[in-house]
Design a protein around this ligand. Structure first.
Ligand code: ZN
Length: 231
């Protein structure tokens, strides 16, 4: 049994809110401790600070979000764990796999403005794309990602790096990259071609940044979700 620091106990308060996620016919209700979700998500902090939404009982509606993705988010809020490994397909969403859940989860984190959630999922994504080559990009909804993220998004940077360093282009023949991504990939490939032969053939840029904040979105003013290793 793994033991943890007493000081890391989560302070949840006593007030709970209801969140209704999804649109007909796929709607699911959740109950979440208000203090917990406000602390993690500026979106909820703003929504729950608005007098129009603080009438009791508090109900926040997220009609554009997926109940599955929100379920994974809530579970992470309480446990710090990301439940995305599938042993069988999700009944309502048969095309989903671990990679899709991580990408969709990241976009939910973007919508909820939750920095630590995005950085947690990013570390899982980096781990996944560092593994044996799979057809990651062939299963990526670039249009949605570029629509729902900002230009400086680490997710965009990661996808460009995957395309440049890890992707099996056999899978990319039918891909329609957004213009911004296309130019990012072209620049990355040009840079890779100019490197010394051994380095240009290397497939380890993800190894170099492993364990660092390279793809994190927290910036200099917000501490990383990961504790610093002892010096
Ligand atoms: Zn970090």
């Amino acid at each position: 049994m793994e033991r943890h620091m007493f000081g890391d106990l989560i302070h949840m308060g006593t007030s709970a809110i209801a969140v209704r996620v999804g649109a007909e016919p796929d709607i699911k209700g959740f109950t979440v401790h208000e203090q917990l979700i406000r602390k993690s998500s500026p979106f909820f902090e703003a929504a729950l600070s608005n007098p129009a939404t603080t009438a009791h009982p508090i109900l926040i509606k997220l009609p554009k979000c997926s109940p599955t993705d929100f379920h994974v988010y809530v579970q992470w809020l309480y446990t710090g764990r990301v439940h995305v490994v599938l042993t069988s397909p999700i009944t309502s969403d048969k095309d989903t796999d671990e990679y899709c859940l991580l990408i969709r989860g990241y976009l939910l984190g973007e919508y909820l403005q939750d920095t630590h959630y995005r950085d947690t999922l990013m570390d899982a994504l980096v781990q996944l794309v560092s593994g044996p080559i799979k057809s990651f990009l062939a299963r990526t909804e670039f249009g949605r990602i570029y629509q729902e993220t900002k230009i400086e998004s680490p997710l965009r940077r990661l996808l460009v790096d995957v395309a440049v360093w890890r992707h099996n282009w056999e899978y990319a023949k039918e891909q329609d990259f957004p213009k911004e991504m296309f130019w990012g990939v072209m620049t990355g490939l040009a840079d890779r071609c100019q490197r010394p032969a051994g380095e240009a053939q290397s497939t380890s840029p993800f190894e170099v940044v492993k364990g660092t904040c390279h793809y994190h979105c927290h910036g200099d003013d917000t501490p990383c979700y990961k504790p610093k290793p002892p010096v």
